[in-house]
Design a protein around this ligand. Sequence first.
Ligand SMILES: Cc1cc2nc3c(=O)[nH]c(=O)nc-3n(C[C@H](O)[C@H](O)[C@H](O)COP(=O)(O)OP(=O)(O)OC[C@H]3O[C@@H](n4cnc5c(N)ncnc54)[C@H](O)[C@@H]3O)c2cc1C
Length: 373
Amino acid sequence: MVRLHQAICNGLFYNNLELDVICKSAILTSIMYVLENVPLSGYSTMRVGGNARYLAEISTDLEVPKAVDWAEEHQVPVLMVGDGSNIIWRDEGFEGLVLVNKIKRFDISSFDDDTAYVTIGAGENWDEVVERTVEQGLSGIEALSLIPGTAGATPVQNVGAYGQEISSVLMTLQAYDLHERKLVTLQASECEFSYRTSRFKTTDRDRFLITTLSMILSKRPPIPPFYHSVEYYLKENGITDITAKNIRKAVIAIRQAKLPDPKHISNTGSFFKNPIISRSRLPQLTADYPDIAYWEVDEYNVKLSAAWLIEAAGFKGMHDKETGMATWPSQPLVFINESAQSTSQVLAFRDKVAAAVNEKFQVELEQEPELLP
Ligand SMILES: Cc1cc2nc3c(=O)[nH]c(=O)nc-3n(C[C@H](O)[C@H](O)[C@H](O)COP(=O)(O)OP(=O)(O)OC[C@H]3O[C@@H](n4cnc5c(N)ncnc54)[C@H](O)[C@@H]3O)c2cc1C
């Protein structure tokens, strides 16, 4: 059963308080509740996983060091999350303190005639951030519309869609550095961004608790050419007025037509990254499979469509009774939890798909959502 373990109030710890007493204190001062034994299935849009030993919501950056001190006192590790739309929790759960980022902030300031700075709290809903910037006539993140989750998670896997990535607009971010034990500012150039990854997911995993992002956006309309499906939508719908608002509209329509809404259908979006392979393998693959889908990366590499590989391996519209998992009919790269009760079932389905793709194409698929802890 979930129970209130402790309330942290102005750096003091209160035990065994009646909830109404805590609520009264909360009006007077900033307060943070630490819950105990919390099912993590509620903190992943795949809706499976074990329990967190402790969990607290964080509403200001000043609460972060307090929570870290609390965890140290209880000798448990700390992990920060947003909305759980890119997390698969292990069945074993997490023997530590999960911090759910709810830090809110949204400031726009003009930089020059062409650009504006936008500073946002890590706990802001990402799509609302995109909507608000587009409403202000700013461009740079409109193609990232409707990506679920919080703003603070976007640098972690360098979120991207329809030709844009957060790394192209991010200036700086603020984070609590668990090594240095202080709030730090990192330049985008220090984040080691590349395709769906960053230092936050690799070398410095679990080191930085991101609190604020600062982006630089353009006051000018977006510049074509756009991603092929966006171009197609604009043409089909006779849209000639190229604004960030209209690109957002196109992206929302395209995404809604092919992706399930994680609020209603349990999924974590694309389950694998599109694999990057050596260009030297392409002639044989295209000879064997003339319609194989791929994109150019550079003179040495090409990126294959993981969705195409999965479909060609026989998993389109698959409903796997054994694991309770399925592939989404219009996008086989998205795995749906239809009736799986545990993460081991999700991973068994992942392994089935990856093994079939590997056997047919000798291509390794890499999981995109993080398996935590
Ligand atoms: C239907 C669907 C479509 C999607 N489409 C896309 C897409 O087009 N492109 C794309 O890139 N992704 C996509 N995703 C994946 C996901 O939405 C993004 O990765 C998103 O940024 C995750 O946000 P979140 O708040 O849910 O993060 P979470 O899932 O809560 O966390 C993800 C990771 O980031 C870490 N983290 C989260 N917040 C913080 C923080 N403040 N400080 C430090 N670490 C943090 C967590 O520890 C975890 O490791 C999609 C997911 C779904 C379900």
